[in-house]
Design a protein around this ligand. Sequence first.
Ligand code: ZN
Length: 431
Amino acid sequence: MLHRRQLKLLRAERRPEVFKGALRGEKNVSGPEYFRRTAVTRLAVEADDRERLLSMVREWKRGCQIAVNVAWEVCHTRNEVQQLAYEKLRERTRLGSQHAVLATHRAAEAIKGALEREGDGTKPEFTSPTVVYDSRTLTLFDDRSISLTTTGDRVRCRLVFPDHGYQSQYLDDDRWEPAKSTLHYRDGEFHLHLGFRRPRPDVELPTEDATVLGVSLGIENLAVTSTARFFSGAELTHRHAEFTDLREDLRETNTRSARRTLRQADERMGNFTRNTLHEIAGEIISEAETHGCSVIAFGELEGVREMLERATPFHGRTFERLFEFVAYRSAERDITVVQVNPEYTSQRCTSCGFTHPQNRDVEANQFECLKCGNEANDDYNAAKNIGFRCIRRGPLSSRGVGAKYCALGSGRVTPDGEFIPNEDLEAVQKP
Ligand SMILES: [Zn+2]
């Protein structure tokens, strides 16, 4: 809890260089422009069309590889790779103009991925039988069929999925528009990972007397709220590690039955992840409702992932999905979900404001302030700081979010660091 006296101390001792990052904050409120979903369906493909699609898969792989070969050690942004490789793809492959563009983008992603994997600077090889489609190369029809661009004529085929499958909720709802999708060929069958997107409603800034729930994301604890609710990430991380090992083994075996086992394991993993995240998202929202919060604040996901040394791409995706689930379900409840600059939120002591990297014992998931000795769970400390960042004139305030209180387990904190216990709040809030 922050006392007025301690805050004065904190203000006097703020070293500008330490807080420069924390206070820099034009773009503190953000969220994805779109909600995105994927519906996986099988395609019912006629014999002639099969050959067309297979030829498309081959040309796509070749195109991506050519683009990588040209751009490797030269450039890695989409624009640069496109500039450099587009003409060559048009000359040397049978890809149409849009697919040539998409292949250069895919190549750029692969190069970027290779550069990001430290110690593994090997040039990407395109071996997997997939093709990327977008709204210009894929058309979705009302009769649940789809037409796909190939190297020759377009191919039209039926989508095959269970009658009451989750896929229909996106296909039957006009608010979801088709987006970037991927064609996969495996075990002699074509599948489509059909992407959908839906514009995200504008982030509405909270009202003046809003209360905010801070949420910190991590690995041991997938999410922790400023009200001290802990959601463990251990089971998810454990299962994903097991799944990754299994996948390695099965890929080496590479028999038909190994591929089937892998597919089943993949599906189980997907279901488990989805259910876990939905459950946690629901709990976070009900926590916000219980504490009368109209704002839920997360750290900016990109920044969060970079700050966590042990975060894998899996964690990155997990954070994004959790955020998306919370944002999606909050929209119907008049709760605004925002992302704030997470810088220093894990290093700052919520009790005295002292900010130092060594305040944390990352391994032990423990926070201990070098200055005042305040001890707390690392993620809980961060969650409170994320909440504080949303309070007007608060200890870590930033422009853009003007909430009045940050919710804690037993009460709220005001911008001045004053603590109002829940009992008193009832009296204040309800005249
Ligand atoms: Zn302290």
